[in-house]
Design a protein around this ligand. Structure first.
Ligand code: SF4
Length: 259
């Protein structure tokens, strides 16, 4: 199954289940998915291996001018947006100018829609870099991925294409002192005859233990919403997600469930 790719730097606005009317920013190439993960459920399809990448990130000036043109057009029509969201065809923080693009975006948001939130959806793999952490902290909503509680499930489900462990990611998340939002996608996958299931009790307990240490401002949980690169990706039911949400609340953390 091929993935869904955004063909523009600025896309939408679209109605997001988590963020309202959201204008998307795609800092990745328009025809390839680039990421440090290769999640089995990724709606963008499989990650292009590093040695086969075209390395054609949109330049900072292009991103800035395209965003400004779009914001001007939306404002000119008397419409509004709730959010400007760094998302798109992969992991936004791998763009070489991510930090300056963040500053540009906040400046444009302030000029055109000062009430809109600047949001980043990141897999957190670049949070070992203090510049990236600082740029993420500039966003109003810094949403970092945590799909697994154990190393085994992390490696199988998120399938990183760089050498990284769950523990390294968790250690980097600690540096935010709870000023971030966790995003967790729950699923059950049959991949090459093996079941990968982050809703299993032991897995959930390990995930909760990490959350209790990190104390994020909010935990958001959700199932898959679009096609994945493989067909055996199960959409977790609202009943199961609600039960997981209750466990998060009982751990003393705030949770939002997007079914
Ligand atoms: S981190 Fe996001 S973009 Fe990267 S592979 Fe996973 S789902 Fe896809």
């Amino acid at each position: 199954m091929s993935g869904f790719l955004f063909e523009q730097v600025v896309f939408g606005p679209i109605k997001s289940r988590r963020l309202g009317i959201s204008l998307g920013l795609n800092l990745l190439p328009e025809d390839e998915k680039h990421c440090t993960f290769n999640c089995l459920y990724c709606e963008c399809g499989w990650t292009v291996p590093i040695n086969k990448r075209k390395l054609s990130f949109p330049p900072r000036d292009t991103i800035k001018s395209e965003l400004e043109n779009k914001l001007k057009a939306i404002s000119g029509k008397g419409s509004f947006i709730d959010a400007i969201t760094f998302a798109g065809n992969g992991e936004p923080t791998i763009h070489p100018d991510f930090c300056t693009v963040m500053k540009d975006t906040i400046g444009l948001r302030n000029s055109y829609f000062p009430d809109a939130k600047v949001v980043v959806l990141s897999n957190g793999t670049m949070t070992n870099n203090s510049h990236i952490r600082n740029a993420l902290m500039m966003a109003d909503i810094n949403m970092l991925k945590l799909d697994a509680g154990t190393e085994e499930t992390f490696q199988k489900l998120n399938n990183p294409i760089i050498k990284i462990t769950l523990q390294e990611i968790v250690d980097n998340y600690k540096k935010f002192n709870g000023n971030f939002i966790v995003q967790t996608l729950f699923t059950r996958i049959n991949y090459k005859g093996e079941i990968i299931d982050n809703t299993q009790p032991a897995e959930l307990q390990a995930w909760l233990n990490i959350l209790k240490k990190l104390k994020p401002a909010l935990v958001t949980i959700y199932p898959i919403a679009r096609d994945a690169p493989i067909s055996e990706v199960e959409k977790i039911s609202p009943g199961v997600l609600n039960k997981i949400g209750k466990m998060v609340e009982e751990a003393g953390l705030k949770v939002e469930i997007y079914n």
